[in-house]
Design a protein around this ligand. Sequence first.
Ligand code: ATP
Ligand code: MG
Length: 256
Amino acid sequence: MLEVRDLTKRFRSTTVVDRVNFVVRAGEITGYLGPNGSGKSTTVKMMTGLLHPTEGQILFLGQNLRHGSTSFKQRLGYVPEEPNLYGYLTGLEYLQLAGGLRGLPEKHVDERANQLLELLSLRDSRWAPISAYSKGMKQRVLIAAALLHDPDLLIFDEAQSGLDIANALLFRHLLHALAARGKAVLYISHVLEFVEKVCEHIIVIYKGRIVADDSVGGLRKLMQLPNLEEIFAQLVHQGDMESRARDIAELISKRP
Ligand SMILES: Nc1ncnc2c1ncn2[C@@H]1O[C@H](COP(=O)(O)OP(=O)(O)OP(=O)(O)O)[C@@H](O)[C@H]1O
Ligand SMILES: [Mg+2]
């Protein structure tokens, strides 16, 4: 459904996404992993039109995407890493705004928004301003907004962060249900256990470059390692975190 070709982003002379190639297929949940600062959010910001690529192409259903294409945006649901929620709006108003901006009929938006809020356990808070919502509640409003227009492609940038156990489980099942209905899902997360359970396809980016692109099973076989955590540690050279943690604890307890 979506393909990126040699996608590159440079900020001044620093290349943060370096000739990245991958595909996101319909009916599949693709995990996009990498350490902090490796270029994940920058990649998806280019895919969603928030950032201009320095080089490379983004193709949606084989068509080269031009920045700001409205028909693409109508088929995209995106939960960004740093949400811009308007705190003075209520959850329901926010969804009404999101639906209106996508050109959906008012009556349909009202109905769908109320149903989604109910299913995401936000019904009782729908009249309260978002500024009074907890982190997990805000996250659920964003998930609802990403789903409101029944998009074909969903991009979740750490969308499960802040969700409690029950809501994280709901979210996990939701990803499967969406993929089963033929949606393409790109899912960024640092929770490897979650990714291992949810994603059939995994892409790992490290320092702006793709270092792995395979199924979890394929990566296990290829690298002869039992789980994603060890595969990830091998791919991204994380170093000895236990000794670094000791160094920090020792450092702060040193007498001046
Ligand atoms: N607007 C910007 N100007 C300059 N550098 C930027 C900008 N946005 C991102 N970067 C740099 O690009 C690199 C990749 O950032 P990005 O946000 O894509 O990382 P990430 O993989 O999403 O990390 P995290 O796991 O922490 O969310 C970082 O070194 C960051 O400092
Ligand atoms: Mg990020």
